[in-house]
Design a protein around this ligand. Structure first.
Ligand code: C2E
Ligand code: CA
Ligand code: CA
Length: 737
């Protein structure tokens, strides 16, 4: 340092000047906020005060003698710095003060506000003094302020009050949401926004929480300047000073109107039918639940009206779904209007509606009368002409009604009751109403038990075939009809009249019919192996449903193949109801069956609607005169006329004619006189189990007349008793439906 040119540290001068200089020197050295450096024209550092050490990271020792450009000028600024210095030394003037971004020893940038002075002492090398104040802190603070200001103008409404709750500031969003301009709020308290949706207690709790925890948040109903009440999600925070005293409160609020609307929309979707805007099933069940409980408590009666539009599907199919929807909407309107304010009108889906009435008269009779009156009104209102985009449509509805009152019934059960009653109304010819009655329920329950029993019966092999002989006029056994029986372990022997109709309705007839065919074919095959029974033909009843299945012929072929039965010995008994189906399809099936060699019989003939022209197109072999005509033959000339017509018809068409239900010799003789020579009936034998039938065959073998009791012997070898059938396969057939 001794060789260094004279710098600020050794300025010459008088003692008083020296004193001054010493003072300045100390001032410069220790100026906290001002970094001061001195440079020679070539950039050599000749002065480096304490603050410079802090701002730039170099100690005075490191800095003195080094070059400015290497120390604190970022490479990109070097040329500019050199030029600036040259210019200052040439002119003896500092460049105007301004912002510079310089470099710290560890590489980071240092924002400074820099002023420059050239100090020229004659005979001495001029020195450039730079005085920099570090702007880092200031910049940071400014940035923070900018962030705070931006944040304050966020989407949320913000409000700042003093410790007393007097509003100091609000932001734009707040003004937008509340309708109050900033100047209208400042000086007021947030009470300005209070709605009457909250009790004083609510605000008291809010303050207690604020004072205790410095914080509160929750849903608030505020009032806008225009008077409208709206929901916000609000947060309030207390701002405290170092001593923990509250100085301000900052409140934010988010408008929840949209969210509330969305919530309402979702709620609406969940509980209302979008097409008609009526309550949906879920909401109805909920209200019904409440109504049922209330009626239990208040000892009053309510009613459930279950409505189903008649022939809605036809409208939908013919006029299209748009018009169908239109109709449903108009029905909904009419129902709502006609039912009054106290009723709940709901749409269950499709064309099903429910009207629920509460608080009817306390006695069942009066309540029923009221419900019926509304039912009639609804029938009438829904009967009026609908205008559907230019189409005039007349519709009707079937209504089932059930009452609910003090006795406890589940909501599900009530709905079922009303539904059942509605079906009853449909069965009664539609466009009418019916009340639920417990007997109906009973019948339904019994029916369900019966269906289950039947299925189990098939699995457990409880079905049997009985055989009823068919004879010719000489009393010779020419054939046999297989008639199914259910040997139920609980009910005993059940006749087909009790279960065939239910089996038809439920589709159980399909597996059952398949079982009958299998069993009959198995039996035929067994008979074929014995000379005394080889000539027998076996007639089997086939239900329309079974016959109409597309795979009926194929499945019959398979059954024949499986059992080895001769198709020429098998007859199928079909009823006239078949002929309302697609006749060309039926006729094709029949032809296919005839090709196989099967016989086709038209059963119960005369009771149906057979059109003669159809009859001619079908490849039939036999007509069976229904037993009802045979029964009346001896006292009803009409029945005689019918029987006669059938016989003549058969003769002209080349069909055999058999009379069933022949119970007396008188009937038989009369039929013989009319030209009918085939009979079946109690006169010749009731339907009987296989063993009994086997005995009969043995007795009549070679004889021309019927029953000879003295020859009744057991012939175990006659044939297998009820065979193996394949109940599982038949049920599989059922599951396949
Ligand atoms: P259906 O085919 O007309 O059978 C004749 C019915 O008349 C039988 O009743 C038989 O017992 C009865 N019957 C026979 N002779 C006389 C008589 O002299 N007087 C009187 N009053 N009745 C007589 P069942 O066995 O109770 O069968 C009733 C109906 O059930 C049958 O009428 C038939 O439609 C149906 N059915 C029976 N077995 C089957 C079957 O395996 N499949 C299908 N699909 N239906 C069957
Ligand atoms: Ca029959
Ligand atoms: Ca019959």
């Amino acid at each position: 340092m001794a060789d260094q040119p004279a710098g600020p540290a050794n300025w010459g001068g008088s003692p008083s000047r020296e004193l001054n200089e010493a003072r300045f020197q100390k001032l410069f050295d220790e100026a906290e906020a001002m970094s001061i450096q001195g440079y020679y024209p070539d950039g050599t550092v000749v002065y480096w005060n304490h603050a410079s050490e802090k701002v730039y990271g170099y100690t005075a020792q490191e800095a003195l003698g080094a070059n400015l450009l290497d120390l604190i000028i970022p490479p990109a600024l070097r040329r500019q710095a050199e030029q600036g210095m040259r210019c200052m030394f040439e002119t003896g003037q500092g460049v105007p003060p301004g912002r510079l971004t310089l470099r710290h020893k560890d590489g980071h940038t240092v924002p400074v506000y820099s002023s420059h002075t050239i100090v020229t002492v004659p005979g001495q090398v001029p020195v450039l003094f730079c005085m920099d104040s570090d702007m880092s802190e200031l910049d940071r603070a400014e940035a923070e302020l900018r962030v705070a200001a931006t944040a304050f103008e966020s989407q949320q409404g913000m409000i700042i009050t003093d410790a007393q709750g007097v509003i100091l500031r609000v932001n734009e969003s707040f003004s937008r949401a509340t309708g109050y301009a900033a100047q209208e709020c400042v000086g007021q308290t947030p009470r300005l926004l209070r709605s009457d949706r909250h009790t004083p207690d609510f605000y008291a709790r809010m303050w207690r929480s604020l004072l205790a925890t410095g914080h509160w948040q929750g849903e608030l109903w505020n009032r806008r300047k225009g008077g409208e009440v709206y929901a916000v999600w609000a947060t309030i925070c207390a701002v405290t000073d170092d001593a923990g005293r509250v100085t301000h409160y900052v409140g934010t609020q988010t408008d929840m109107t949209q969210r509330k609307e969305a919530e309402a929309r979702i709620l609406h979707l969940a509980f209302y039918d979008p097409l008609t805007r009526l309550p949906n099933r879920r909401l109805l069940l909920d209200r019904l639940q409440h109504a049922a409980v209330a009626s239990l408590r208040n000892q009053c009666v309510g009613a459930l009206l279950f409505l189903d539009l008649d022939h809605f599907k036809t409208l939908n199919d013919t006029l299209g779904h748009d018009l169908g929807d239109l109709l449903l909407q108009q029905v909904a309107e009419r129902l709502t209007r006609a039912s009054g304010d106290n009723a709940t009108v709901a749409r269950l889906g499709g064309d099903e509606f429910v009207v629920m009435l509460e608080d009817l008269s306390p006695t069942q009779e009066d309540a029923a009368t009221q419900a019926e009156a509304l039912g009639e009104t609804l029938l009438d209102s829904l009967n009026q002409v609908y205008r559907l985009q230019g189409h005039e449509y007349v519709g009707s509805v079937s209504i089932g009604i059930t009452l609910f009152s003090s006795q406890e019934t589940s909501v599900d059960a009530l709905m079922k009751q009303a539904d059942l009653a509605m079906y009853d109304a449909k069965a009664a010819g539609r466009n009418t109403l019916r009340f639920f009655d417990p007997e109906m329920q009973e019948a339904v329950t019994l029916r369900a038990a019966l269906v289950n029993g039947l299925r189990e019966g098939l699995r457990e092999r409880q079905f049997r075939l009985f055989y009823q002989p068919q004879v010719d006029s000489g009393g010779r056994l020419v054939g046999v009809e297989a008639l199914v029986r259910w040997q139920c372990p609980v009910r005993g022997l059940v006749l087909p009249a009790e279960f065939i109709p239910v089996a038809e309705e439920t589709g159980f007839i399909l597996p059952l019919g398949q079982w009958v065919l299998e069993a009959a074919c198995t039996q035929l095959a067994a008979w074929a192996a014995r000379p005394e029974s080889a000539h027998l033909s076996l007639a089997v009843n086939v239900s329309v449903r079974q016959f109409c299945r597309a795979d009926f012929v194929a499945s019959l072929v398979a059954t024949l193949a499986r059992t080895g039965a001769d198709p020429r010995r098998l007859k199928l008994e079909l009823t006239e109801s078949l002929l309302v189906e697609d006749v060309s399809d039926i006729s094709a099936k029949m032809s296919a069956l005839k090709e196989l060699g099967l016989g086709l019989v038209l059963d119960d003939f005369g009771t149906g609607y057979s059109s003669l022209s159809y009859l001619r197109r079908l490849p039939l072999d036999q007509l069976k005169i229904d037993r009802s005509f045979v029964h009346d033959l001896l006292f009803d000339p009409n029945s005689v006329a019918i029987a006669q017509t059938i016989i003549v018809l058969g003769q002209t068409m080349g069909l055999a004619v058999l009379a069933e239900g022949v119970e007396t010799a008188g009937q038989r003789d009369l039929l013989a006189g009319l030209g009918c020579h085939l009979y079946q009936g109690y006169l010749f034998g009731q339907p009987m189990p296989l063993e009994e039938f086997a005995r009969l065959v043995q007795q009549t073998e070679g004889h021309s007349t019927g029953l000879h009791p003295h020859r009744a012997e057991r012939h175990q070898q006659f044939g297998p008793t009820q065979t193996p059938m394949l109940a599982d396969q038949c049920l599989g057939f059922l599951e396949g439906q």
